[in-house]
Design a protein around this ligand. Structure first.
Ligand SMILES: Cc1cc2nc3c(=O)[nH]c(=O)nc-3n(C[C@H](O)[C@H](O)[C@H](O)COP(=O)(O)O)c2cc1C
Length: 191
């Protein structure tokens, strides 16, 4: 798969096979993120890797999935993420740290896709309860949660609808469509 195809395939995944990833898989993903660019090379991002069933279930309950799909309350039992990675950054944060978090998240999403796994970046979660559950060090906070597993759902890029809505949707067969703006709309100038 060439790089453009990898990026195209790496759609957010919210339904997973009932085949758990393991700690070595998560360590490989974190190791990919470890090697990425970092503001001032300070490398402030930290990783909490979650594979244990009891913690997974409790953490999943603190997360919100697919808010734009109004008739869907998130993945059902048997199709939930089989592991999580929490991306941590200092509570005393700077703008640069947020860029590092984004780079780490997308690197993990691409790395997961390269192995046939799916990933969904989750910002909508109960910060206080998740930090307590995962025993996050007091000087750190969870910037993002990444839900991962073997990808189950079909996800397709669609052109932007005529009404300009950027909301994703699903068809009657459960195929997930993600509208993306055209390149022409995005390039502001060519010099
Ligand atoms: C910073 C960030 C936060 C996100 N938070 C959530 C979330 O809380 N729940 C969720 O289901 N998806 C979340 N997503 C996934 C977006 O909904 C998704 O990226 C968007 O719909 C575009 O789909 P695509 O990733 O397939 O291109 C988040 C994505 C990003 C980049």
């Amino acid at each position: 798969m060439d790089f453009h195809e990898l990026v195209q395939t790496a759609r957010s995944c919210r339904r997973f096979e009932d085949k758990p990833l393991n700690m070595a898989d998560l360590e490989w993903l974190a190791d990919c993120a470890r090697l990425t660019p970092s503001g001032m090379n300070a490398q402030v991002v930290r990783y909490t890797l979650v594979t244990k069933g009891d913690l997974l279930a409790k953490l999943f309950a603190l997360t919100r999935w697919g808010g734009a799909l109004k008739d869907w309350g998130g993945p059902h039992p048997g199709e939930r993420p089989t592991v999580f990675i929490a991306l941590l950054m200092p509570k005393k944060t700077t703008e640069l740290m947020h860029f590092d978090i984004g780079i780490a998240a997308q690197t993990i999403q691409l790395a997961a896709t390269s192995r046939g796994w799916g990933c969904c970046i989750i910002k909508s979660f109960d910060q206080a309860a998740s930090a307590e559950l995962l025993k996050i060090p007091t000087e750190m906070q969870i910037a993002l949660l990444l839900g991962l597993g073997v990808a189950k759902e079909k996800r397709v890029i669609a052109p932007m609808p005529a009404d300009g809505s950027f909301k994703y949707w699903r068809d009657a067969n459960g195929v997930h469509y993600v509208p993306k703006r055209s390149l022409e709309e995005l390039i502001v100038a060519r010099y």
